[in-house]
Design a binder for this molecule. Structure first.
Ligand SMILES: [Zn+2]
Length: 290
């Protein structure tokens, strides 16, 4: 017995005179090639079929993934400390099918900033107004922003935390309830005017928050003489004399995307399609979906 497995096209033999595959006698590599080719063809075809099947399956999986709707943006919506038209305001969020919303009113909101509740939301939306909270709650709030949660600050939330210097750094502006000294300069108290009909210009038409929105008019309350930090990026401006010029902006705070929109006192603003689009796009951008 010379060799059990010889080279040359699956030529099996127990001796040089007899091939185990082709059963030819005498066994030569030439006599075995036909059968070897047949034996090769079968596994090759099977392999091609398997590869095709795998590619098809992968494509189907990708198509299925495309068909699955994107996960909802989870919004922690905080109110309290200032009156508003609740039903109409909450409808803005409840009718947005992109969102799932947790509504919390003070004093129940701070518990949501604790680390064990942090996994329940992607974006914090502030439509509250308050002047103080515990040091722990402030630290928890900042910790959530450092984790990258988005922050959308609406209308009267500009008036919160007059005596917490970090708040203006977070949101990029402040409504002064009283006259205030800023960098050694005395600033007058801010003021407001209800029921105004005014014109708004889009300062950045390319930003995801304002994309697709043209200059528009709105019936809404104006704020005047409020602070806007110079490192905020303006989105909306106005020439309305009863308003500060820049009324919406974006900024970054410790990696968190922050948007402020001054608009939104009551249903005359809530019902404005431009306001609705702004709010929708602000939440998407803060959630890093754009
Ligand atoms: Zn208001």
């Amino acid at each position: 017995m010379k060799d059990l497995f010889t080279t040359g096209f699956f030529h099996f033999s127990v001796s040089k005179y007899f091939c185990l595959i082709c059963l030819n006698f005498p066994a030569t590599k030439y006599s075995c090639q036909f059968f070897a080719a047949v034996f090769m063809l079968v596994p090759m075809k099977a392999l091609s079929f398997l590869v095709a099947l795998l590619l098809f399956s992968a494509n189907e999986v990708l198509k299925a993934a495309d068909a699955v709707p994107a996960a909802k943006i989870r919004v922690l919506l905080i109110t309290g400390g200032h009156g508003f038209e609740k039903q109409q305001f909450f409808q803005l969020f409840r009718t947005n099918t992109e969102l799932s919303v947790i509504e919390k009113e003070h004093p129940n909101a701070d518990a949501m900033f604790k680390s064990d509740r942090a996994g329940e939301y992607d974006v914090i939306a502030l439509y509250d107004m308050r002047q103080d909270s515990s040091e722990q709650a402030k630290a928890d709030f900042i910790a959530r922003l450092k984790e990258g949660k988005g922050l959308v600050v609406l209308h009267h939330a500009l008036c919160s935390f007059q005596k917490w210097p970090e708040y203006i750094k977070i949101i990029g502006g402040q409504y002064h309830l009283d006259k205030t000294v800023v960098s050694g300069v005395e600033k007058p108290a801010s003021s407001y005017k209800h029921g105004m009909h005014w014109k708004i210009q889009v300062a950045d038409t390319n930003h995801p928050v304002t994309r697709g929105i043209k200059d528009f008019e709105i019936d809404d309350e104006t704020y005047k003489d409020f602070e806007v930090l110079s490192d905020s990026h303006p989105l909306l401006t106005t020439d309305e004399p009863t308003s500060t010029k820049t009324i919406a902006w974006t900024r970054s705070y410790e990696g968190a995307r922050v948007v402020y929109i001054q608009l939104g006192h009551d249903h005359t603003a809530y019902d404005n399609p431009n306001y609705q689009q702004l709010l929708r796009q602000a939440i998407r951008w803060a959630a890093k979906r754009d």
